[in-house]
Design a protein around this ligand. Structure first.
Ligand SMILES: [Mn+2]
Length: 354
């Protein structure tokens, strides 16, 4: 197994690549979507979400992806995956809108480019409401700032305006009004159409798609259905189109926040099927509708046990810290990540040496 660091768009710099390597990472997972173009990302729970999508979209051009990959490799690291599509690239795939077929071709093109450039994986989150509804507070040990989901005590779930999906605005000039309600079955059929269309291209290109579960894993959010809000829905995803390219962006945090299933059995079940693309390695206290994200060693999940199961089932991919609480110092985000990666390194050394 390998340790990676996930870096947001504005953090894809040589200094942060060096930081990753210094903290024991061998791999980078790069977010190309600029969630921060309109301001701070967290708390996410505003009606307009993270703001405008499509910022800096030119980074998806083949030459720019090549340059990104090269700059990562120059620091002795590998680019393991790109995490998330920009809503401007696939809003009508999620919403079944008039540009759906055109955007399916866009996503196929992205996957082909990844194959040519040598980016082995695309993480994605097939979600209409996206990551929404968290609040920030001193939820982690020692009063470290972290995020939590408070269910009915949290932000009010207003309907999503037209021109918005995945918690970002793709069309600021969209007509007034909110998204039409749809059922879970309709969402699954949109997903199935997407998977049927793009998986053959992923296979040909040697690229894996890796699906993140819903965060937060509520059955519905802001009046929209969610896809993978219980562990068993991951099996439905795999069975829908069995393929070496149909994999999971396996978020231990989100899976542990779900109301069904035992997290260790869930890890065993999916790692045994060799279905995991890469792992989001984070810990949490509680389950929906009330949980808090905490340090890797203070949550409900025994993360050492999780790694042991992954190891026993032959998982040899990447683990990234996902999110962590922010530590009180001049570099709150970096300190939190370094703490998580040091903990992960020690687990791997212990288990792989045994
Ligand atoms: Mn995650």
């Amino acid at each position: 197994m390998n340790i990676g660091l996930g870096l947001y768009r504005h953090m894809l710099t040589p200094d942060n690549f060096r930081f990753a390597r210094q903290a024991g990472a061998t791999h980078i997972v790069a977010h190309l979507v600029d969630y921060f173009s309109s301001g701070p990302r967290i708390p996410s729970a505003q009606d307009d979400g993270w703001g405008l999508a499509g910022g800096g979209i030119d980074i998806w051009e083949p030459d720019n992806l090549r340059a990104l990959k090269k700059s990562i490799e120059e620091e002795g690291l590998e680019l393991a995956a790109v995490e998330n599509l920009d809503p401007t690239q696939w809003h009508d795939i999620l919403l079944d809108g008039p540009r759906r077929d055109e955007q399916i071709e866009t996503v196929k093109g992205i996957i082909r480019t990844f194959g040519e450039v040598g980016i082995p994986m695309l993480g994605y989150n097939f979600s209409i409401a996206g990551v929404w509804g968290h609040v920030e507070d001193a939820y982690a040990r020692g009063g470290a700032l972290s995020v939590g989901f408070l269910g009915p005590d949290g932000p009010k779930e207003n309907p999503i305006r037209k021109g918005m999906v995945w918690n970002m605005i793709y069309d600021p000039d969209a007509p007034a009004g909110t998204l039409e309600p749809i059922t879970h079955d309709q969402l699954w059929s949109r997903f199935e159409h997407f998977l049927n269309a793009v998986l053959p291209v992923a296979e040909e290109s040697g690229v894996k798609l890796a699906l993140h579960p819903d965060d937060p894993p509520m059955p519905t959010l802001r009046g929209t259905p969610r896809l993978v809000y219980q562990p068993r829905f991951y099996q439905r995803v795999l069975d829908m189109k069995p393929s070496r390219s149909n994999t999971l962006e396996f978020c231990i945090g989100s899976l542990s926040e779900m109301t069904e299933g035992d997290i260790y059995e869930v890890v065993d079940e999916y790692s045994r099927q060799q279905a995991i693309g890469y792992v989001h390695f984070r810990n949490v206290r509680g389950k929906v509708p009330f949980y808090r994200e905490v340090f890797v060693d203070e949550g409900d999940v025994d993360m050492i046990r999780v790694v042991r199961i992954l190891h026993d089932n032959g998982y040899d991919g990447v683990l990234i810290p996902d999110h962590t609480p922010q530590m009180t110092c001049d570099a709150p985000w970096h300190a939190g990540m370094a703490y998580a990666m040091g903990y992960m390194r020690a687990i791997l050394n212990m288990i792989e040496a045994a």
